[in-house]
Design a protein around this ligand. Structure first.
Ligand code: PA5
Length: 360
């Protein structure tokens, strides 16, 4: 059986240091939050709507922020992961374009089109064409620390977006005084030097790495279920799925109820201790169905006292699970060569020539 407690083996597999990057999670988030929350940003007068666009590891920051601030955001907030700008985007729109590299063509297409329609643009990147676009054309720009794989920069991107949301008066949600110490405590229990017998992230990875993991979350944890899926896709190079409650109770539940002897799945339920009663009942019902169908499953219930803390705590947990799953599958978590290969193909055709022309 492959061990997760042999540091020399994991070091050999982790050639680009994904585990080391996780060490900076809490500080990376807090520093990025502070910098962005003090940035001089302004929404257009009479703000009508907000659009956050970004793909993959960059786009997920938008989902996380939206999941937290939607209840208090005074205008409609849309998350876009596509080329096509919605019809509602115009001079009273605020468009936040997020691309860690700054060169992702869907995001650049949206940023250019939003500007052409007179929307207020805020660019978030570690450089690239998005930085050039924002700086040269008088849009606001928030830099993110360079040097990471895009998905490993999530704490920085998420912190930047949440800080920006505060600076733009879309939200008042901020890290509380106890957040960092709580997260550091949780973090200490997930690190590679904590043996598998007492490390829940290693235990989850062991159970799910040979199955098809399906993740469920509700409210602010629904985007964390998406993150868990994407991290298993990219870090562990395995198929995974996610969905959210209550919606999945109106469709996927039927399929679970027909699964035979577990069906090769694993279900990760991401919960909050103070979730609304109706959501708690739904999770309990799902568990009953999964138990009847003998589907292996585990529940992670974050213990932080605030929704933001619970989101960060659960993110940290699923990120560790994904890296340990990569080690159990014998793969290096960092490289995602095939995404680069597709970007190379598109760089020569697709929208790239048109984007280059519009950026000139
Ligand atoms: O994790 C990854 O590398 C991808 O999901 C990228 O984030 C995605 O391709 C978008 O690129 P970028 O984040 O540079 O905009």
């Amino acid at each position: 059986m492959k061990t997760l407690d042999d540091a020399s083996r994991t070091k050999r597999l982790d050639s680009q240091g994904m585990l080391g990057v996780l060490d900076g999670y809490v500080d990376g988030f807090l520093q990025a939050y502070r910098a962005a929350s003090h940035a001089r940003l302004a929404a257009p007068a009479g703000l009508g709507n907000v659009l956050i666009c970004g793909m993959g590891g960059s786009g997920i920051g938008g989902n996380l922020v939206a999941g937290l601030i939607r209840p208090e955001c005074p205008v409609p907030l849309t998350i876009l992961k596509d080329y096509q700008v919605p019809g509602a985007v115009g001079p009273k729109s605020l468009v936040i374009a997020v691309s860690y590299s700054g060169n992702t063509e869907e995001t650049l297409t949206v940023a250019l089109e939003a500007r052409a329609r007179g929307a207020t643009l805020v660019g978030v990147s570690s450089g690239g064409q998005l930085m050039k676009l924002a700086k040269e054309r008088g849009s606001a720009y928030l830099p993110v620390e360079a040097g990471f794989a895009p998905r490993a920069a999530l704490p920085h991107l998420f912190g930047t977006l949440l800080g920006a949301a505060n600076a733009l008066r879309l939200a008042t949600l901020a890290p509380d005084a106890g957040l960092a110490s709580h997260l550091r405590r949780v973090h200490a229990g997930l690190k590679p030097d904590v043996p598998e017998r007492s490390n829940p992230a290693k235990q989850w990875a062991r159970e799910l790495h040979v199955r098809l993991p399906v993740w469920y979350g509700a409210g602010p944890l629904a985007p964390v279920a998406l993150r868990a899926r994407c991290q298993l896709n990219e870090n562990a190079k395995m198929i995974s799925r996610n969905d959210e409650l209550p919606e999945a109770n109106h469709n996927e539940l039927v399929a679970w109820n027909s699964v035979k002897r577990g069906g090769g799945y694993f279900v990760g339920l991401l919960r909050q201790p103070d979730e609304p009663k109706e959501i708690a009942r739904r999770f309990e019902f799902v568990e009953t169905v999964l138990a009847r169908r003998k589907v292996p499953r585990r529940t992670f219930t974050a213990t932080a006292p605030t929704p933001l803390g619970r989101v960060l705590e659960t993110l940290l947990f699923v990120d560790y699970v994904s890296v340990y799953a990569a080690f159990l599958r014998g793969v290096d978590p960092t490289p995602v060569d095939v995404i680069g290969a597709l970007k190379d193909v598109l760089g020569k055709s697709g929208r790239a020539p048109e984007i280059r022309k519009r950026l000139r």
